[in-house]
Design a protein around this ligand. Structure first.
Ligand code: AMP
Ligand code: ZN
Length: 489
């Protein structure tokens, strides 16, 4: 197991050496989607980022329990207990049961993440499946004196909490600043303090999703579900809690407060936040109207897109930015990613065609490998890792062209390195290996046979025409001692 991994911890605002609480076990909790509408590309970026983090921890030999929840209840339109419940609103709009909404968009979410080749989490708990656990925690927080009930709704008492704990520990914001950004309470309000938030919300009789509780019929607040599920599956304290950056100021701040008030402990040692996917500098979101669906990106069916891009091109595009940097969508960047991804897959394809020779080891592959690990150990720096991998692509091309020799042992080592990092860690896959592309392989065999026949017949006009036409559609044909080979450029 490699112990040189450092991770940027939002909590300390610096990079820290990663040492799990109980090695080789690692507990990782990531806030999942609110399944009331299709996931947009921004959401996918966050889940792809955590997929790489999960994959790398597995690669290092850790036994990771990766919990990613499904928010299927309790998420109101506003982060601070205002507005309608997102599920009930959508259910009324689409004239469906709320759980039909949940099912529809959970299936869509899974389909999308499968297209991006992300690994499923170890546990994917739902908020509605953990109502009892949430009620138990709320009861205990009330008992510990950090929450109060008003007319069937239970609020977290932030003012009381701030007397003993640092409420803004995660973001380091000033309390006065937070207060200034929150509206003043009026006579109608049940809350005692402006920053208080709901742990349990009283349901109106017509509310579609409600459960009995010690405070009457209601439903849980959004933040309490993650405290309940992370606690249940990962314990009082676990290694990493993650989510998009937009969750730090409210959702994660409140999760920390809930855990402290419940058992007097911070839930997670490391808090990791992924940065946003932006469009012309503005965060992609449903409400901003600049969000597009991954499917639109794959088909190219969107006014912002010049053409469609394959899922692995999009994954490659995401890998080209560090997870803590914003990533701005653009056609140019995607076209560059498409070329980069193809070059990489071509080089990997060439590995199978290379004939090793000689015995001496001269390629210094260990140095490349050290740089691969150095990149990932530095807070999962995928853009640096990709740059290092492209150094290896250059080497592979040079070996294939016969300019550099490789021994059989080195070829095995090189293949293992590239497969381990490109496929296992970065989670890319060769889209050329699906059945459609097997057809291409078969067709290319036929075309090459026809061309060879033409050459035998000294019909060079035809054989050259075939080669040039293939070149025009991005297929390079090379005649060598071992016969004719081809690859996509
Ligand atoms: P939601 O379904 O809105 O609860 O969001 C699911 C996840 O996607 C959360 O971790 C959000 O922080 C994240 N997210 C939302 N918008 C973006 C974006 N534009 N770029 C990256 N992540 C995002
Ligand atoms: Zn959460």
């Amino acid at each position: 197991m490699n112990s040189d991994l450092v991770i940027y911890n939002t909590l300390s605002r610096k990079k820290e050496k990663f040492e799990p609480l109980n090695p080789p076990l690692v507990g990782l909790y990531v806030c999942g989607p609110t399944v009331y509408s299709d996931v947009h590309l921004g959401n996918c970026r966050t889940f792809v980022s955590f997929d790489i983090i999960y994959r790398y921890l597995l690669h290092l030999g850790y036994k990771v329990r990766y919990v990613r929840n499904i928010t299927d209840a309790g998420h109101l339109e506003g982060d601070r207990d205002e507005g309608d419940d997102k599920f009930s609103k959508k259910a009324k709009l689409e004239q469906l049961e709320p759980m039909e909404i949940v099912q529809k968009y959970t299936v869509g979410f899974h389909d999308m993440l499968r297209m991006f080749n992300t690994l499923p989490p170890s546990i994917e708990p739902t908020a509605t499946g953990h109502i009892i656990e949430q009620i138990e925690i709320v009861k205990q927080i009330i008992k510990n004196g950090y929450a109060y009930e008003v007319n069937g709704t239970v609020y977290f008492d932030v003012e009381k909490y701030t007397k003993e704990y640092n409420y803004t520990i995660l973001t380091n914001r000033k309390l006065e600043e937070l207060l200034a950004n929150t509206r003043e309470l009026g006579g109608q309000d049940e809350k005692r303090g402006r920053l208080d938030f709901a742990l349990w919300i009283k349901a109106k009789p017509e509310h579609l999703m409600q459960w009995p509780s010690p405070w009457g019929n209601g439903f849980p607040g959004w933040h309490i579900e993650c405290s309940a599920m992370s606690h249940k599956y990962l314990g009082d304290e676990f290694d990493i809690h993650g989510g998009g950056m937009d969750l730090a100021a409210t959702h994660h701040t409140n999760e920390i407060a809930q855990s402290q008030a419940y058992i007097g402990k911070q839930p997670a040692r490391f808090w990791m936040h992924t940065n946003m996917l932006t469009v012309n500098g503005t965060r992609m979101s449903k409400s901003a109207g600049n969000g597009f669906l991954p499917m639109e990106l794959f088909t190219g069916d969107h006014p912002l897109l010049n053409k469609g891009y394959s899922p692995m091109t999009v994954r490659f595009f995401m890998l080209q930015a560090h997870y803590r940097s914003t990533l701005d969508f653009s056609n140019d960047a995607l076209e560059a990613a498409e070329k980069g991804y193809r070059r990489l897959m071509n080089a990997i394809g060439l590995l199978e065609k290379i004939e090793p020779r000689g015995k001496k080891s001269t390629l210094k592959l260990q140095e490349y490998k050290d740089r691969f690990y150095a990149a990932m150990n530095d807070d999962f720096n995928t853009p640096i890792l990709l740059a290092e991998i492209f150094e290896l692509v250059r080497l592979i091309n040079s070996i294939y062209d016969g300019k550099t020799a490789i021994s059989p042992e080195e070829l095995t080592e090189l293949s293992e390195m590239i497969h381990g990092f490109v496929f296992d860690v970065l989670g890319l896959k060769d889209e050329g290996s699906d059945s459609q592309n097997n057809d291409t392989d078969g067709l290319m065999d036929i075309i090459i046979d026809i061309r060879n026949k033409a050459k035998e017949d000294r019909d060079f006009e035809t054989s050259d025409k075939i080669r040039e036409s293939l070149q025009e559609i991005g297929i390079q044909v090379k005649d060598g001692k071992e016969g004719t080979v081809w690859n996509k450029i």
